[in-house]
Design a protein around this ligand. Structure first.
Ligand code: FAD
Length: 479
C-alpha cells in the first residue's frame, strides 16, 4: 500500500498559501520571515536587467555588480527569490555535468578537451560557492561529504560502471569518481545495495539559505531586486511588466523551467517536474543505526532515480520524478505535488532505511527544472541584441548556475576569461516538438524508463544488463 511505511502530511492539496518547499518553511522558522521587496515602481533604466531571482539570476547580478560596480543592475522576479527550483531542490551542490557531454563534445570545436575543461570548472564551482558563502556570511548548512550512488541490482551496477567509464573521457579521473563496495555503502549511509560509485565533488546544502544569502549579498553590491513583478515579454533592450518596462543595455533571461510561459519561448526549454518529501527529524537511535555521519548526498542507480540528503537537523529529504511533465508545458501550482507521488517517495524511504519506516513525512512539494531538446545546458549573450540567457541544467543546476552566472557576467562586461571559452557558451539546441507530440513523447520515454526499472529489479535479474528499452528511451528523448 502506497505510503504504508510512513505517516503522510495531513493535507497535501490543502488551500491557503504555504511556502513552496520545506526549505523555505525551515528558513522562515530558523531565520525569520524572508524580507519582502517592493514591485517595480514604474518605467526604469538600467545597464543590466535580469529576469528571474533563482540562482542563475542572482549569481549573474552578484557577479556583474562585482565586476562593474558603476553599472545599475535590476532583477525582476515574478514571485520572490527562490520561488522556482532554486528554492525547492535536493540541495546537491555538485560538480556533476548536466546534460549530455557527448553532444557538447561533438558540437564544439574544442571537443573532449573542452568538455573536460567544463567538467573541471563545475567541480571547482563546488568549492568556490562554499568559499564565497564563507566570505559573504551565507550560512547554508554546507557540508562537503561527496556523493554516493548505490545500485540495487546488477543492471543498475552495470549502468553506474558504464557512467564511470564514460566520465573518464571527460576528465573525470580516478580521484574524481570511483567504485565502492556494498560494505562501504552500508557503513556510510546504512542502505543494503549491491555496489555503487562515489565522487568527492559534492556538498550538501540548504537551498533556500543559499538563495536568501545570495540575494542579500547581491543587494550589498548595489543590485535592486523587485518581487511580485512578472515579466510579460522580453525584446532587445527592454523587459516589459504590468508596472512599466525596464530599458537596459542587457536583458538576461534566467527563468529556467518557467521559460515556456514567455512569448516566443514556448518550445525553448521543457519544464520537467521533480518532487520531494522531507521526514520529521529522526530519533538519535535511528541515526545510530543508519549512520550517514559523512553527510554524503545519496542517489540510486535507477533510470527514474531518487536523490536524497541528510539535513542539518537530522531529517531525510528525498526526491524523485513523480509526474514528469504537464501537457502544454504547464507548471505546478505553488509547489503542490500529488498525494500519490508523496506516498511513493515516502515508501522509498521506508524501503531504503527500514529503521526510518513509520516516521512522519513533514512536508512534500514539487518544482520544475529546465531541459533543452538536446539535454545540453547553454550560456548565451549576444552583444548585437543585448539579449542573454543561461539554463537547461536538467537536474544538476545548483553549481552549474553559479558557473553560468559568473560566465554571463564575464560576457556582459566583455572580459575574456577562460569561462567564456567553455563549450556550453553559445551552444544551440533545436526546439521541442509542438503538442501533443511533446507530451506523448515525454510520457512514452518515462513509461519505458519505469518499465526498464521494474524489469531490472525483478529476481532473478536476467543477464544483469540494463534493459534495451531504457537505451531506446534515452535515444527517443535525445539524451
Ligand atoms: C525538485 C528539484 C530538485 C532538484 N535538485 C537538484 C539538486 O539537488 N542539485 C542540483 O544541482 N540541481 C537540482 N535541481 C535543479 C536546480 O534546482 C536548478 O537547475 C536551478 O535551481 C536553476 O536555477 P535557475 O535560477 O536557473 O531557475 P529557477 O530557480 O527556477 O529560477 C527561475 C526564477 O524565475 C522566475 N520567473 C519565471 N518566469 C518569470 C517571469 N516571466 N518574470 C519574472 N520572473 C520569472 C521564477 O519565479 C523563478 O524564481 C532540482 C530541481 C528541482 C525542481
Amino acid at each position: 500500500v502506497a505510503g504504508a511505511g510512513a505517516r503522510l502530511p495531513a493535507d497535501d492539496e490543502g488551500a491557503g498559501p504555504r511556502p513552496v518547499s520545506w526549505w523555505h518553511a525551515a528558513a522562515n522558522h530558523q531565520l525569520g520571515p524572508a524580507p519582502r521587496r517592493p514591485t517595480l515602481p514604474g518605467p526604469t533604466d538600467a545597464d543590466v536587467c535580469v529576469v528571474g531571482a533563482g540562482y542563475t539570476g542572482l549569481w549573474t547580478a552578484w557577479a556583474v555588480a562585482g565586476a562593474r560596480p558603476d553599472w545599475r543592475v535590476v532583477v525582476l522576479e515574478s514571485h520572490h527569490p527562490g520561488y522556482g527550483a532554486s528554492g525547492r531542490n535536493g540541495g546537491w551542490l555538485s560538480g556533476l555535468m548536466p546534460g549530455s557531454p557527448e553532444r557538447l563534445a561533438r558540437r564544439h570545436p574544442s571537443g573532449a578537451a573542452g568538455v573536460a575543461a567544463l567538467q573541471r570548472a563545475l567541480q571547482r564551482s563546488v568549492d568556490e560557492v562554499a568559499s564565497i558563502c564563507g566570505e559573504e556570511g551565507i550560512a547554508a548548512d554546507i557540508v562537503k561529504g561527496g556523493s554516493l550512488r548505490a545500485a540495487f541490482n546488477r543492471a543498475q551496477l552495470a549502468t553506474l560502471r558504464a557512467e564511470l567509464v564514460a566520465g573518464r573521457q571527460w576528465g573525470v579521473g580516478a580521484d574524481d569518481a570511483w567504485e565502492v563496495g556494498r560494505d562501504e555503502i552500508r557503513r556510510r549511509v546504512g542502505v543494503d545495495a549491491v555496489g555503487g560509485t562515489f565522487t568527492p565533488h559534492c556538498a550538501r546544502i540548504q537551498p533556500v539559505k543559499l538563495v536568501r544569502g545570495l540575494a542579500a549579498a547581491a543587494e550589498r553590491r548595489g543590485v535592486t531586486i523587485h518581487e511580485d513583478t512578472p515579466v510579460t515579454g522580453i525584446e532587445p533592450g527592454r523587459a516589459h511588466t504590468a508596472f512599466g518596462a525596464v530599458t537596459a543595455r542587457w536583458v538576461v533571461r534566467a527563468t529556467e523551467g518557467y521559460t515556456a510561459a514567455l512569448p516566443g519561448q514556448r518550445r525553448a526549454l521543457l519544464p520537467m517536474n521533480s518532487a520531494m518529501v522531507v521526514t520529521a527529524p529522526l530519533p538519535d537511535a535511528v541515526w545510530e543505526e543508519i549512520g550517514w555521519q559523512g553527510m554524503e548526498t545519496f542517489a540510486d542507480g535507477a533510470h527514474v532515480y531518487i536523490y536524497a540528503q541528510r539535513t542539518a537537523d537530522g531529517r531525510i529529504a528525498l526526491g524523485g520524478r513523480g509526474v514528469p511533465y504537464r501537457f502544454g508545458s504547464r507548471t505546478d501550482h505553488d509547489g503542490r505535488s500529488r498525494p500519490a507521488t508523496t506516498a511513493a517517495l515516502a515508501d522509498r524511504i521506508s524501503e531504503l532505511w527500514p529503521a526510518a519506516a513509520g516516521v512522519a513525512i513533514d512536508y512534500s512539494w514539487c518544482g520544475v527544472l529546465g531541459v533543452a531538446r538536446d539535454w545540453c545546458p547553454a550560456v548565451h549573450a549576444d552583444p548585437a541584441t543585448g539579449l542573454a540567457w543561461a539554463g537547461g541544467y536538467v537536474g544538476d543546476g545548483v553549481a552549474a548556475s553559479y558557473l553560468a552566472g559568473r560566465t554571463l557576467a564575464d560576457l556582459l562586461s566583455g572580459d575574456s576569461t577562460e569561462r567564456v571559452r567553455l563549450p556550453w557558451v553559445g551552444h544551440r539546441s533545436r526546439r521541442w516538438e509542438p503538442e501533443p507530440v511533446r507530451y506523448l513523447g515525454v510520457r512514452t520515454v518515462y513509461g519505458l524508463f519505469r518499465a526498464a526499472d521494474r524489469a531490472e529489479s525483478r529476481r532473478p535479474a536476467g543477464n544483469g544488463r540494463p534493459r534495451w528499452w531504457a537505451k531506446a528511451a534515452s535515444l527517443l528523448a535525445g539524451r
